[in-house]
Write a protein that binds this ligand. Structure first.
Ligand code: LLP
Length: 428
């Protein structure tokens, strides 16, 4: 569940980010020092938090054959992909761009699954040519196009059909994907026929079944229903003679944006494994958010303070919906905390924290309890490691901001700030 930001909540910080006497730190490194050196806005990621999240998920599924394919759409900065690859992760790509970025980060084609509604013929040809572990096919038409491009290349393609089970993920409607009103996959009841029909197509190796019902899922019930539907279908297909090698449960495990406990990786595994055990096939997981969200913060500087009659106070930041669109797009709640140390005993005030973009949806948080703010103060927007930097834009000709990775007590810029020349280089 995404929490709408209308309530005053005490803003605590996740483990890697601690408020200390030297201000907010990332795995012990003061964030103010990074902001001094790099400027703001800037994304700061904690390598330690990514490692811990990966280990938690891997451990939760340790008793069952599984592969973790990190969903690049949540964050595909090369340094983070390399970190995840070294941990043993594989990758889930949603476009030819993501496939190529994954390869540049060192993933081999056998470590990639290729998902996505509306893959072009060129994208399919690229994936078939490279020999990815599975193309998660979206429709009967796409199965035909995969077969055609494979035939032209003289290859066989490994395919998993994405099924739509008509299950409500009980998440935000904009990120729910498993219901009949959504554009994703094929109706699950059509799947057996589609598999049977394709068994005679030599260019298609129907190696898997794929499901993904949505993102930021925080209750077990939809997860269990999805795993059950997936497993039941796999059992039926095996009985039909389909030589399945895996089932793919997609991503979707939610994180806590408000600091309250949510479904853990262990709860998730415990909930879905009984269903998966019935089919006995290795499971592919496609987590994005749960591996990287809590590992990143967006650091910004207050550039203006405004007060309105009636007492509404605005802190205007140098970051906005162009850097982090989730609050504007989904009404998503992100905790906001000061970067500098706060004098003990300082009374909080009520602030609206907004961006500089000419859109009234450009609001990071309303009615937030924060210490008195002045121009030049810095704030950190928490849990911004997933669907943050990747969804940034050049709207208002704003430059994509840099990204910094903190690891082993040091830090490095892993993506520099964009320049105007970078953008204008594309224009004639
Ligand atoms: N697999 C498939 C097929 C997906 O469509 C997605 C996410 C994932 C895996 C990864 O899901 P995760 O584990 O991250 O929940 N921009 C939105 C989220 C969109 C998710 C799209 N699909 C947000 O900021 O909340």
């Amino acid at each position: 569940m995404i929490i709408f930001d209308s309530t005053l909540l005490p803003e605590s910080v996740p483990e890697s980010f601690l408020q200390t006497s030297s201000g907010l730190t990332c795995d012990g490194v003061p964030i103010a020092g990074i902001a001094d050196a790099v400027g703001t806005p800037v994304y700061v990621y904690a390598a330690g938090a990514i490692r811990q999240a990966y280990q938690r998920l891997d451990t939760a599924f340790a008793g069952y054959p599984h592969r973790i394919h990190f969903a690049l759409k949540s964050n595909s900065t090369l340094a983070l992909l390399r970190l995840l690859r070294e941990l043993g992760s594989c990758a889930d790509a949603n476009s030819v761009g993501e496939l190529q970025v994954a390869e540049r980060a060192g993933f081999t084609p056998e470590q990639l699954v290729f998902t996505g509604v509306g893959k072009t013929r060129e994208e399919l040809a690229y994936a078939v040519g490279r020999g990815v572990a599975a193309i998660n096919a979206e429709s009967p038409g796409e199965l035909d196009r995969i077969a055609e491009v494979a035939r032209a290349l003289g290859k066989a393609a490994k395919v998993a059909l994405r099924v739509n089970p008509d299950i409500d993920a009980k998440s935000h409607p904009k990120i729910s994907t498993g219901m009949k009103v959504n554009k994703f996959g094929v109706p699950i009841e059509d799947a057996p026929q589609l598999y049977r029909e394709r068994l005679g197509t030599p260019e298609l190796q129907m190696v898997g079944v794929h499901i993904h019902i949505g993102s930021q899922i925080t209750s077990v019930e939809p997860m269990v229903r999805a795993a059950t539907a997936l497993s039941d279908l796999a059992i039926a297909l095996k009985a039909d003679g389909v030589p399945l090698e895996h089932v793919d449960l997609g991503g979707g495990l939610g994180v806590s944006y408000d600091g309250q406990p949510v479904l853990s990786e262990a709860d998730y595994a415990e909930a879905v494994l009984p269903a998966l055990r019935r089919c006995g096939l290795p499971v592919v997981l496609e987590p994005g958010r749960s591996l990287v969200a809590a590992a990143g913060v967006l650091v910004a500087t207050v550039v203006d303070i405004k007060t309105f009659p009636g007492g509404r106070r605005f802190a205007v930041l140098d970051a906005g919906m162009t850097e982090l669109i989730r609050p504007a797009m989904y009404g998503a709640f992100h905790r906001i905390v000061p970067v500098a140390a706060v004098e003990p005993g300082t009374a909080d005030e009520t602030w609206d924290v907004v961006g500089p973009i000419c859109e009234s949806s450009d609001v990071f948080g309303r009615d937030r309890a924060l210490p008195p703010l002045r121009v030049g103060d810095r704030l950190a927007i928490l849990d911004a490691g997933a669907y943050g930097a990747v969804m940034a834009s050049n709207y208002n000709r704003r430059l994509l901001c840099p990204e910094v990775l903190v690891d082993a007590g040091g830090w490095a810029i892993i993506r520099r700030r964009q320049t105007l020349d970078d953008i204008l280089a594309l224009e004639v």
